[in-house]
Design a protein around this ligand. Structure first.
Ligand code: ADP
Ligand code: MG
Length: 238
């Protein structure tokens, strides 16, 4: 579960091609980071995988199934939005339960899954609070909880920490890495922050203007950047 393959995937908005055809393979259980400067197409690529945008060409396969056959809800992927996407009038418990309610799960299942997610995220004592009564880090954990209860084949994060201050970002980075160790689920994590990429990734995909400049482990990219752009971006000595 959670194996994702992009074959010649491209995306244009009107006449503007923001992603020229690209190929990429993501293995089951991998923590993959898409990194690159603002406007390079990271969010677009993630949204194509999630099915929130249609590809202009090529194909995305999720666990061997062509995504053209799979509407977003059936892809088994959970997008984690920034914490401000929470419902302010609902309790933490209801926020986390929301996708299960939408899927018409029964109450016993909802309670079990919400409790489990809350335990994983250390939110058990906060279930009755509203988002406004939580710290930034706790709010971000609630947003992650809402993804966990769906038991997705892969988690998709789009710059989830960009709203948080520097100290909290470091903390949440560790928490998300720990979550990956616990769940062993595929995670795709988008960031413009090379430090996040280097510290969190099994595999880094460096993007520039919609093109993949290099794919490799943090160590591979650091030791053998393919070009100046990668070297400069990763902060390699070369
Ligand atoms: P990133 O997430 O790396 O900052 P994006 O994927 O948001 O980059 O954007 C990549 C490029 O595609 C940018 O030039 C952006 O202006 C353009 N773009 C993104 N979404 C749309 C859209 N819905 N319509 C037109 N252009 C878009
Ligand atoms: Mg973006």
């Amino acid at each position: 579960m959670g194996q994702i393959t992009l074959k010649g995937v491209r995306k244009a908005f009107g006449d503007v091609e923001v992603i020229p055809p690209l190929d990429l393979h993501i293995n089951e259980g991998e923590f993959v980071v898409f990194v690159g400067p603002s406007g390079c197409g990271k969010s677009t690529l993630l949204r194509l995988i999630a099915g929130l945008e249609d590809v202009s060409g090529g194909e995305i396969e999720i666990d061997g199934q062509p995504s053209t056959d799979l509407p977003p809800a059936r892809r088994g992927l959970a997008m984690v939005f920034q914490s401000y996407a929470l419902y302010p009038h609902m309790s933490v418990k209801k926020n986390i339960a929301f996708p299960l309610k939408m899927a018409k799960a029964d109450q016993a299942t909802i309670d079990r899954k919400v409790e489990n997610a809350a335990r994983i995220l250390n939110l058990t004592d906060y279930l009755d609070r509203r988002p406004g009564q939580l710290s930034g880090g706790q709010r971000q954990r609630v947003a992650i909880g809402r993804a966990i209860v769906r038991e997705p084949a892969a988690f998709l994060f789009d710059e989830p920490l960009s709203n948080l201050d520097a100290a909290l970002r470091v903390n949440m980075r560790l928490e998300i890495s720990e979550l990956h160790q616990k769940l062993k689920t595929t995670m795709i994590y988008v960031t413009h922050d090379q430090v996040e990429a280097m510290t969190m990734a099994d595999k880094i995909v460096v993007l520039q203007a919609g093109r993949i400049e290099q794919v490799g482990s943090p160590l591979e990219l650091y030791r053998s950047p393919r070009n100046r752009f990668v070297a400069g971006f990763i902060g390699s000595p070369k």
